[in-house]
Design a protein around this ligand. Structure first.
Ligand code: APR
Ligand code: PHB
Length: 400
């Protein structure tokens, strides 16, 4: 079997890369270990930066997103029981974000690829990478029926998430992994209730952080900070609602609507970066290369910016035989990755409650929230990071 770009992983990174390459007339094959139903049904994040929305629209995939997604012009930060609106639209001269769940983006991408005759192998097993430092690397795998295949390609895109095999193929001598594990976990729920608030609320409280988000007018996504080692069986629906209400309470009669919880789970939080993001003909992108804590809503968006650099590098290679951008992929992508890491780390430490901190540090944290919500300069900085920073190379934008 032969293709130009062998893509491992049908997450947002792998699928978007395959779609964008197709638009440039470059063929690729996507290998995914899970089933189509599973990737389309896994609940993940939900906030798209302006640049991600622009990319999805420019790639001809935006029809459902523009109908069913919700544009938000701001967020609210809450501390000491008071809410403070961050008017991102005004602070960024007209930029906005879109609340549209990641698994809906996945559905749109899968159907666009399949409609265009794109090849996605679901339920593959035993993916291994070979010859990545040669000009004709190969991927070995078994398909759904257990038949073994050898995929020969010019490039391999490792878009296989944090646990995939690609990153580990960069020899240890050349690979540096930098990470921070936080003492925080997020207990996330999907609840059948009306929308709590027209915009997302990020709340700091002595008992821990809480976030109110949304999926549809009938289905809401909320989170509370818990111990990352806690077990979901310790959390009855009643206990979750009581804790959530305590943390987002404003003492002015506002009430959080509650209702049946249809899904709940706990995830731990980490920041992680692998440097470099390339070795020979292997390029890693998205969660395979970096993880951010969800407080900045950057995971999916960072995957999309990696892919835009990679797609342009590959496209220049085939169009003009030019390797310069491809050789700079890691450098360009990492520059933006680190900025998003900084922002996600900052949002996480500013908003979560760490009971190991001293009362001095807690007062500094509250003072930071006071500063951020009262200084136009600080608000502008938060807003430009939240809607998404530019991605530039040699003075011109690499975003669509
Ligand atoms: N073989 C084939 N596919 C694999 C393998 C493997 N050995 N290991 C993992 N995969 C697949 C996973 O099943 C998954 O569908 O790779 C895909 C990786 O997708 P994501 O984890 O969604 O990662 P990515 O595409 O980088 O998307 C960005 O950022 O913060 C997150 O929620 C956000 O998932 C989003 C991610
Ligand atoms: C979500 O809706 O899942 C969500 C929103 C904002 C975040 C993280 C997750 O910062």
């Amino acid at each position: 079997m032969k293709t130009k770009v062998g893509i491992i992983g049908a997450g947002p990174a792998g699928l978007m890369l395959s779609h964008l390459l197709h638009l440039e007339g470059i063929d690729s094959i996507v290998l995914e270990s899970r089933s189509r139903e599973e990737i389309e049904g896994t609940i993940r994040a939900g906030v798209l930066e302006q640049g991600t929305v622009d990319l999805i629209n420019a790639a001809g995939l935006g029809e459902r997103m523009m109908k069913e997604g919700k544009i938000h012009h701001g967020i609210e930060l809450q501390y000491n029981g008071q809410r403070h609106r961050v008017n991102m639209h005004e602070l960024t001269e007209g930029k906005e974000i879109m609340v549209y769940p990641q698994h809906e983006v996945i559905k749109d991408l899968v159907s666009a690829r399949l409609d265009a005759g794109g090849e996605i192998f679901f339920n593959v097993e035993g993916v291994t990478l070979h010859g990545i430092s040669t000009e004709s690397p190969q991927i070995l795998f078994s398909d759904f029926d257990g038949e073994a295949h050898e995929l020969h390609c010019d490039f391999i895109a490792g878009c296989d998430g944090f646990h995939g095999p690609s990153r580990k193929m960069i020899p240890e001598l050349f690979r540096q992994e930098k990470q921070k594990i936080y003492p925080f976990g997020w207990l996330g729920i999907l609840a059948e209730t009306p929308i709590a608030n027209p915009e997302l609320i990020y709340a700091n409280h002595d008992r821990g952080f809480a976030l109110l988000s949304t999926r549809t007018p009938e289905l809401q996504r909320h989170y509370i900070q818990v111990d990352p080692k806690d077990d979901i069986s310790n959390w009855s629906d009643d206990r979750i609602w009581t804790e959530l209400k305590t943390r987002v309470d404003t003492n002015d009669g506002w009430e959080l609507p509650d209702g049946p919880i249809v899904q709940k789970n706990i995830v731990s939080m980490r920041s992680f970066v692998c440097e470099p993001m390339q070795y020979g003909r292997l390029f890693i992108a998205g969660d395979a290369a970096h993880i951010v804590p969800p407080t900045g809503a950057k995971g999916l968006n960072l995957a999309m910016t990696d892919i835009q650099v990679l797609k342009q590098g590959i496209s220049r290679f085939y169009r003009f035989g030019e390797k310069e951008l491809l050789n700079k992929y890691s450098e360009i992508a990492l520059r933006r990755v680190w900025k998003a890491q900084r922002f996600s780390y900052w949002m996480t430490t500013m908003l979560h409650t760490d009971h190991n901190k001293t009362s001095f540090e807690r007062s500094i944290q509250l003072s930071e929230l006071d500063y951020v919500t009262s200084s136009r300069a600080a608000l502008k900085s938060l807003a430009e990071n939240y809607v998404g920073l530019p991605l530039e190379w040699e003075g011109s934008s690499l975003l669509v």
